[in-house]
Write a protein that binds this ligand. Structure first.
Ligand code: FA5
Length: 395
């Protein structure tokens, strides 16, 4: 009777030989089965958790295999299990059923033949392939409209030579606020309602963890790692403690941009954003900048584009345009020249950011509202509802 040998050679050829021997032994044992065979012990011999042939294969082949052969041996052992287990189980199936009824646990020769025939039929039925049946159609997936918008915007900046930078969604107070020039307890912090991780009262403020409220911390993280010149876009998910309504979601997405070099001016910022807006919304689109405030840029501006629904007229279909509230303009992003104070924070780790020698601009936009505009979505919550009827429209 077959016993599982120990292996000394773990090469593919030696494994193939050992596997072939084992399968040969199984075939011989199956052929030798008769009506009087004890199918339960046949099953146990091959499949018992303790000391069955397959269990021994695990113990004698897989466990002692040297590290570099583990993957190969593991694959062979799995293949072996997939072949041996169903064969043995099918043959012992009827005996296991019958052996629960006293007097029926031994089958007569005729019975055995018949039953083996029905096992074969069962197997045939299970494995039969009706090629005339219609196929199973897998539903087609598609990019989520917010991600699609994100990729489009990132592509515009990649074409301008920007590279992509990413950072953690769980961020420290230092990177999300302090290093971006939000002083502690300053009202500027109230500009963004923050979700803090609980139970951190004993930590210093700058070390407390929170869900990042914007992608701007990645500006600092990237500058700390890379010397100027720098041109990066930062796509990502952000969170704020905002009550959900048609245009606010506690989770949303931003794309941020940062360019740092010698002699970067506000003209570069204007030219870059004007180009990007035309690339995204069509060459007819106009941009306008008006003063704003962000703690990390100085001067700062909000950027509006001419309304893409009414062409900037403020009127549509004989009435006021609802998308721009009849103003002809839609606010799209915040931007400005990097405040020299930001370089001051970064210099601690990366001295090349000397505000006397370099300058930069930064901008940031909310993606979800841009996607809403592009795809005519009236409620931001639909992006996060997981409702297939909504999402299927974008396949
Ligand atoms: C900022 O987050 C700045 N970090 C942007 C920036 C970067 C300015 C670099 C200058 C330089 P603000 O808080 O305005 O800015 O948010 C940017 C955009 O996020 C908004 O214009 C809006 O489109 C979007 N936004 C804000 N809150 C929500 C919300 N709850 N749901 C959906 N979108 C939101």
């Amino acid at each position: 009777m077959y016993t599982v040998p120990k292996l000394t050679d773990y090469s593919a050829a030696a494994l193939d030989k050992a596997v072939a021997e084992l399968l040969g032994a199984l075939e011989a044992e199956i052929k030798a089965l008769t009506a009087d065979s004890d199918l339960r012990s046949f099953r146990d011999r091959w499949l018992a958790r303790k000391n069955g042939v397959l269990a021994q294969v695990n113990e004698l082949w897989l466990k002692p295999a040297p590290q570099d052969a583990k993957k190969l041996v593991g694959a062979r052992v799995n293949q072996l299990k997939e072949v041996v287990q169903p064969q043995v189980e099918r043959l012992s199936l009827y005996d296991l059923v019958d052996s629960r009824k006293p007097g029926l646990d031994r089958l007569r020769e005729e019975d055995w033949k018949q039953r083996r025939q029905s096992v074969l039929e069962l197997r045939w039925a299970a494995e039969r392939l009706d090629i005339t049946l219609p196929g199973v159609r897998r539903p087609l997936g598609a990019q989520h409209p917010v991600i699609r918008t994100m990729n489009e915007i990132v592509a515009v900046f990649r074409n301008l030579g920007y590279s992509v930078s990413e950072g953690p969604e769980i961020e420290s107070d230092y990177y999300n606020f302090e290093s971006l020039n939000f002083p502690p307890h300053h009202p500027a912090r109230d500009m963004q309602d923050t979700l803090f991780i609980g139970g951190q009262e004993s930590k210093a403020l700058r070390e407390r963890l929170l869900l990042r409220t914007h992608t701007s911390p990645v500006q600092i993280r990237t500058m700390e790692k890379m010397k100027p010149p720098l041109r990066i876009v930062i796509p990502g998910k952000v969170h704020r403690n905002d009550a959900p309504d048609a245009t606010h979601s506690p989770i949303f997405h931003q794309v941020e941009g940062l360019a740092v070099d010698t002699n970067i001016t506000f003209c570069d910022l204007k030219g870059t954003l004007e180009h990007a807006m035309k690339a995204l919304f069509g060459s007819d689109v106009k941009t306008r900048f008006y003063p704003s405030f962000f703690p990390f840029t100085e001067p700062s501006a909000d950027v509006q584009i001419s309304c893409i629904f009414c062409g900037g007229k403020g009127q549509r279909d004989g009435g006021p345009c609802r998308n721009c509230k009849a103003s002809g303009w839609i606010e799209l992003l915040g931007c400005g020249m990097v405040d020299p104070a930001i370089f001051g924070f970064v210099r601690e780790k990366q001295p090349a950011y000397d505000p006397e020698k370099i300058s930069g601009f930064a901008f940031g936009m909310g993606l979800d509202r841009i996607a809403m505009m592009k795809y005519g979505v009236s409620d931001i919550g639909q992006f996060y509802s997981g409702d297939m009827r909504f999402l299927e429209q974008f396949t």
